[in-house]
Design a protein around this ligand. Structure first.
Ligand code: 0PR
Length: 353
């Protein structure tokens, strides 16, 4: 049997993952046979997990971060809701979030038996604070906002949403799964440094350039993380907060290695390069007559006729569309200006403009 060729990133414009940094790849290989789910046995990788958390804390304005490296944003979001539910002990709990929330919230609501109330976004695709205020009540255990939405790369008004959450005694969660590694270099108010938020999802395996699986879950208060702890009688360590049992030491070690190498200068450079690519690409689309959405973070969306979308996919471009039909181009660290130029040239060939 022939060995399959590894993924080429040349024409991948829709992914929120990217090529791992070489140091992340190397660390992953070294720790591939370790299990941070059993920290008393695998002590080196457990120490690397603490390093990774310390970096995430520094990036998000949290001096004493509590949390862990999860399998990804989905697990982190499920666990943030689970922690809030266990902490609140409400008999009829609900979570309120803008409709721009990632679909992992639907999974979380389903698994946890929590009602998910999604409310409309404003004309610029951000959470509408008034709509969130109308939707919360005494049974709201968590309000969630997104810092870097999956479809349009928008940042919700996190300080305002936090006030709404805390006014009804709910916790505030920020999903920065994708945006968390670029937002430190912007003026957005999104982190623990800008509002008294309670938890955050921030994934090293997206813009952090770690290998998959490496998600991040952070809590301000240890007490909320502890609401996830389960007794583990036959392990040397006595409790476990993660959702999965055995976990990938490769993901944890690569996250620590990537952040040691890239925080902050390397991530800043990746952000600046990709933000410039996104702004350039947006202007090129507008110049061709496409009604593109101005990028706030390195993600450009633009309505594209079905036939053009299909032709570009046939030409090998890995592109995707929003629920409302806009083409999404995510300027991840592997995306080059040259590749965007080649894409535009193909668009000129297939398009009506
Ligand atoms: N929160 C946000 C804001 C996200 O964008 C995503 C993933 C998640 C949570 C869930 O993270 P995990 O996928 O790590 O569990 N957003 C991308 C999406 O659903 C994920 C993705 C990644 C899709 C790479 C394709 C791809 O090639 O579109």
């Amino acid at each position: 049997m022939q060995r399959a060729a590894p993924q080429s990133f040349d024409r991948v414009l829709s992914s929120m993952c990217t090529q791992p940094h070489p140091v992340a790849r190397e660390a992953a290989a070294r720790f591939v046979a370790t299990n941070p789910g059993d920290p008393a046995t695998y002590q080196t990788v457990a120490a690397l997990e603490e390093d990774a958390l310390a970096y995430l804390g520094e990036m998000t304005g949290l001096s004493t971060p509590h949390g862990y490296i999860a399998s990804g944003g989905t697990e982190a979001n499920i666990q943030a809701i689970r922690a809030a539910r266990n902490h609140a002990r409400d008999d009829d709990p609900n979570v309120v979030a803008p409709e721009s929330i990632h679909f992992s919230f639907q999974k979380a609501a389903d698994v946890l038996g929590v009602e998910l109330r999604t409310v409309p976004v404003d004309v610029d695709y951000r959470a509408n604070v008034d709509a969130v205020r109308e939707a919360v009540d005494d049974h709201t255990i968590l309000v969630a906002g997104v810092a870097g939405t999956t479809e349009f790369g928008r940042v919700d008004p996190i300080p305002e949403l936090t006030t709404v959450a805390h006014d009804v005694g709910a916790l505030m969660h920020v999903d920065a799964a994708w945006g968390g590694f670029v937002l430190p270099f912007t003026d957005h108010e999104w982190s623990f440094a800008h509002a008294p938020i309670d938890s955050m999802t921030i994934d090293p395996h997206k813009f952090g350039q770690a290998v998959v699986p490496a998600g991040g879950l952070l809590f301000r208060d240890k007490e909320i993380l502890d609401a996830l702890a389960i007794d583990t009688p036959y392990l040397e360590s006595t409790s476990q907060a993660s959702l999965t049992g055995t976990r990938s030491g490769a993901g944890v070690a690569s996250a620590a290695a990537a952040m040691r190498e890239l925080w902050p200068a390397g991530y800043r450079e990746a952000y600046e390069t990709q933000q410039a690519n996104a702004e350039w690409f947006y202007k090129e689309l507008v110049a061709r007559g496409y009604d593109a959405v101005e990028p706030e973070l390195p993600l450009v969306a633009a309505p594209l006729p079905d036939s053009e979308f299909a032709s570009l996919r046939d030409l090998g471009w890995r592109i995707s569309r929003t629920a409302s039909g806009e083409l999404r181009v995510v300027c991840m660290p592997h995306v080059s200006r040259e590749s965007l130029r080649a894409f535009l040239s193909d668009l000129d060939d297939v398009g009506s403009g």
